[in-house]
Design a protein around this ligand. Structure first.
Ligand code: FEO
Length: 386
């Protein structure tokens, strides 16, 4: 066991080998399922559990723990709730402390017996003897039932997914701040970003607490909470930058010619640009840039008369993530059929953005085709200088 503070220890598990989350999100650094044990002078509490696949490791980490009075379930998603039944089997006297909403989800997801629960309400306090838990409701971070648990005397917030990052490590606390923020930003983009408005209210609640530690359910623990709080403030509130994000695929190089011409002309005009080759880089790179880009230009070749499906899928995910980006363009090439634009527009349908005139070139772009790219850059400049 590793200690965060006296009587508060880390009993979570690293998953260095996990490569993907939600069968979608790449995990270049694996992940961790953070679980914490709080031993008060009267009651012992486990904060969240771990993915079922790692339940044996959790039990090993609890070796020597004679009783658990409560399992706090901050969030019903299986990566944190998946071992609740295993823990209840080992500690049958334990009760699951959670909200009515989370309880109903846990019963649906794991068929946990109703008698195992005790419900808590917002700001309710539960004494462990010399330590006190307080429940801070932080919904939509990132499911509707999600809440956080504040350990009052030790000033620790167990925030579950809120402020987390997918990062497996043998270290306990954030060391390399730059790396920690980069991982947290990708994580924010992939699962928190669509819920920005309600997260602003959650952040306000957290800011009211006296905090020495923020202990999320994934990744390293923040013993300098200001770092992650300020980052969330920026990601939630700041206006997007005058930055152009260009995710693209190119099968035979024709779309790449358009993308590189656009990149070069944007740079000539001192406009920040992030080019992401979707064949080589993963979705996390796109998501990270989405957090602060005002412009999105998708580079798409045509395959079997439609948009290349890697770009179509990326467009669908971009729509789901609801970033602050306000202007979208589509550029690409085709050989004999030209329905790529329509496919991408369908994938983005419902986004509240303004579209640039799409640029779809037959074959390899000629000099006069590239004038369309020049015009696109001029249109971007007009918006920036407006
Ligand atoms: Fe880490 Fe939403 O579960």
């Amino acid at each position: 066991m590793e200690y965060l503070k006296n009587g508060v220890s880390y009993v979570g598990v690293n998953d260095f080998d996990r490569k993907i989350f939600d069968a979608l999100l790449p995990l270049p650094y694996g992940t961790s399922y953070n679980s914490y044990l709080i031993e008060g002078c009267e009651k012992t509490v486990l904060i969240d559990t771990v993915d079922f696949a790692k339940s044996e490791e959790l039990l090993k980490n609890l070796k020597g723990v004679k009783k658990i009075d409560y399992i706090v379930s901050n969030h019903a998603e299986q990566d944190h709730s998946g071992s609740i039944k295993v823990v209840l089997d080992k500690y049958p006297e334990a009760r699951v402390l959670t909200t009515a909403y989370c309880k109903s989800m846990l019963m649906d997801l794991h068929h946990i017996d109703e008698t195992k629960f005790e419900l808590v309400t917002e700001n309710e306090e539960v004494s462990l003897g010399d330590k006190t838990l307080k429940f801070i409701f932080t919904p939509w971070a990132h499911w509707p039932e999600t809440f956080s648990t504040y350990l009052m005397e030790d000033k620790i917030l167990f925030s579950c997914d809120f402020f987390g990052a997918h990062f497996a490590s043998d270290e306990l606390f954030v060391g390399d701040e730059k790396e920690a923020l980069k991982n947290a930003k990708v994580y924010f983009a992939e699962i928190m970003m669509p819920f920005r408005e309600i997260l602003k209210r959650n952040l306000e609640k957290v800011e009211e607490l006296e905090l020495e530690i923020i202990a999320p359910s994934h990744g390293l623990i923040h013993n300098k909470p200001r770092l992650i709080l300020d980052a969330y403030k920026s990601w939630l509130y700041d206006e997007p930058k005058n930055k152009v994000l260009i995710p693209y695929v190119s099968m035979h190089g024709s779309t790449e010619v358009l993308v590189r011409d656009l990149e070069s002309k944007l740079k000539d005009n001192n406009i920040e640009v992030a080019v992401v080759n979707l064949e080589k880089e993963d979705l996390g790179v796109v998501a990270e840039h989405l957090v602060d880009s005002k412009f999105l230009i998708l580079g798409v070749p045509t395959l079997l008369n439609e948009a290349h499906p890697v770009v179509t899928m990326t467009a669908s995910i971009i729509r789901m993530l609801k970033s602050k980006m306000g202007h979208v363009g589509i550029i690409g090439s085709y050989g004999w059929g030209g329905r790529a634009i329509e496919s991408i527009e369908n994938s983005l349908e419902g986004l509240s953005v303004e579209y640039f005139e799409p640029i779809l070139i037959k074959g390899l772009a000629r000099e006069n085709d590239l004038e369309l790219i020049t015009k696109l850059v001029e249109d971007i400049k007009k918006i920036i200088n407006y």
